[in-house]
Design a protein. Structure first.
Length: 305
């Protein structure tokens, strides 16, 4: 039993680390050419990952096309893709494009607090005292990062903060929309994620069909495959299998490896210069969310950015 739990922990640590690293691949793409946009990365990644995961679920015998027999299930998964995955991924890549993977991941990391706000507002579940304290700590952390500790001016652009908060709201909708379906167990999580990705990719392509002239360079496709494989396909499978050996609470606590890997990678690869205030702010956010995650409901593995 201990060996299985250790295996599960190792799998989820690897998955979260890979999610953090995927932001570095995206930053590498944006650095190659200004014609490569966050919209193109999101469109291409979602569509390709959706197709591959639908095929994989078909091979596994999960009967992915069965959802179309239920208009309600189809609509829920469609809403999950549009209102959950799109803000989680597109807004995240916007922050990576105009900022860096570190701040994108840290800002997205505060998503659970929007879940608390939703539960308090619409489900009339009052926040516990510890949740209020954690929210205050996280706010102080984000504010410290946004100002570099100089509280009379912003050190990041308002656009980065806005897109980062939209990404965090996406974490909440990404968790809440498919929650009932997951709890009932009628549709496998792989099928939900696969169709959610494919629906959202198709909608984004329909809204903006014009594609940029992406440079046909090895580094471009290497980084794009990194976003697709390291950021989606491998960590999804690792996280999904890890939940067979560990509980959701342990899984949530391991989420901290995502911002850690993104930050360390940004410093080592892109020479991100972090001030003492940035480090303190990041630590405050991570501590606040770790303390909070014990109470956060299950989410669909693999739906990170």
């Amino acid at each position: 039993m201990k060996n299985k739990k250790a295996l599960g922990i190792a799998m989820v640590i690897t998955a979260c680390t890979f999610w953090g690293i995927s932001g570095l691949f995206a930053k590498g793409l944006f650095n190659v050419s200004s014609s490569i946009t966050s919209l193109w990365v999101t469109q291409s990644r979602m569509t390709a990952a959706g197709i591959l995961l639908v095929l994989f679920s078909l091979i596994k015998g999960d009967h992915p096309f069965r959802i179309f027999k239920s208009p309600h299930d189809t609509w829920v998964i469609f809403a999950y893709g549009i209102f959950g995955l799109v803000p989680v991924q597109f807004a995240y890549f916007m922050v990576v494009q105009y900022g860096n993977a570190s701040i994108a991941t840290i800002l997205q990391f505060v998503g659970p607090f929007f879940i608390i706000a939703y539960q308090a507002t619409f489900r009339h579940i009052p926040p516990r005292r510890i949740e209020i304290i954690c929210a205050i700590i996280a706010f102080i952390g984000v504010f410290t990062i946004a100002t570099h500790g100089r509280f009379n001016e912003l050190a990041v652009t308002p656009a980065i903060l806005i897109w980062g908060l939209i990404s965090a709201i996406g974490v909440a909708t990404n968790t809440l929309i498919p929650q009932k379906m997951l709890r009932e167990g009628r549709v496998p999580s792989l099928v939900i994620t696969a169709w959610g990705l494919l629906f959202s990719g198709i909608v984004l392509l329909a809204i903006h069909p014009a594609q940029p002239r992406v440079p046909n360079l090895p580094v471009v496709w290497f980084c794009w495959l990194g976003v697709l494989i390291i950021g989606t396909l491998i960590p999804f499978q690792l996280a999904n299998n890890a939940l067979k050996y560990i509980d959701a609470t342990t899984f949530s606590l391991m989420d901290a490896f995502e911002p850690l890997s993104a930050t360390i990678g940004s410093v080592l690869i892109f020479h991100l210069n972090m001030t003492g205030a940035d480090i303190i702010g990041s630590i405050l956010v991570i501590i606040a969310v770790l303390a909070l995650n014990i109470r956060i409901p299950n989410h669909v593995p693999g739906n990170k950015s």
